[in-house]
Design a protein around this ligand. Sequence first.
Ligand code: HEM
Length: 403
Amino acid sequence: MSETNEGEPAPAFPLPRKCPYRLPAEYAELRTHAPVSKVTLPTGRQAWILTRYEDVRAALNDRRLSSDRGNPDYPMLAELAKSDRDSTLSLAGMDAPEHTRARAAVVGEFTLRRMEALRPRVQAIVDQCVDEMLAGPNPADLVRALSFPVPSLVISELLGVPYADHEFFEDRTSTMLSMTLPPLTRQKAFFDIQTYLDELVTGKEADPGDDLLGRQIVKARKKGTYDHDALVDLAFLLLTAGHDTTGNMISLGTLALLERPDLRARIVDDPAGTPAVVEELLRYFTITDIITARVATEDVTIGGRTIRAGEGVFALGGAANHDPEAFADPDEIDVERGARQHLAFGYGPHQCLGQSLARMELEIVYSTLLRRVPGLRLAGSVEDLSMKNDVAIFGLRELPVAW
Ligand code: HEM
């Protein structure tokens, strides 16, 4: 058994969530007694985990903690197979100054204004998915009816990826994000998406349309900076980051709303209050708790502990978002708290690029669903819901609903 500095065994990480509503119970204890502590990853390697809000925020804003997936010491949640052309995971795997330049080149595509211009189209997509659900069998699985189709359709249209291929990329994304499937299976899923996007980008080079990828080609060519592989990597990141995350929040947020008539009434009676509900649900569930991993490039002191150069760190957004020092009664869903400073979208240079889009999608889905299907209810019990504890982004596999 591996040992921490104090001679304590380093517990296994990640810790499973035992209920859709609860983060691992161990976080509270760690936050109080060992807020910067060592764990053992599924790969057998050790890393640090941070559970206090202030430490997590400081770590995510500290440039000595690198996001570089190419660094052999970067803490992986599952063993990777070797690949011919290691993807940098685009922005998400870069450090400054490359990261700053690459992010500046695409950030204009995700401004609040641009996202607001998409609102009518997102509303139409949600209405169409709700129509189809209502026309189908009752009860239905909300994950299949809404959680996956809505963000997949939106990100496909935004990027210029044919939605007809959605089953292919949804399936490969969840395989790739698995922490338990064999390395070669995950690597194949990764290559499948990469090959698909390579061909798609090649097609767009000949005929760039008015979609995000087409616009990036035109803009970079004008500046003389066009790089095919870099655009394939960016497309990969946006496509995979853009649907699974939001999809899981659609399921979990809807579950919470179905069980809380007061929140439901709030959204239906006062649509202007929906953003506050969305914000609190993002904080509460923090589905990306374990994805914000870094590797120290020099010694860094956090919360009184020294993290040595070459050691890995998981800045746990979920643990931070349930720190009572930052949020009173953190395990309660309280939409009055004004949770805007939560870390569900990360913090610092890598803070989520798609957050305005995600917020808008969630607002539209929750409000449309509750307004259009007033009798919507959970078909079954919360205890029977199957949770995704084997995937790096938390969610539900199914959400049976009736109306
Ligand atoms: C509820 C939905 C979402 C959640 C909870 C979420 C969460 C996050 C988090 C925590 C990070 C920071 C990762 C890090 O620091 O290592 C991140 C980064 C990122 N997200 Fe999201 N995300 C969501 C939706 C989206 C959507 C819809 C898109 C795309 C269109 C997107 C694109 C990205 C990109 C490109 C990055 C990397 C940014 C960078 O490294 O500069 N995300 N997201």
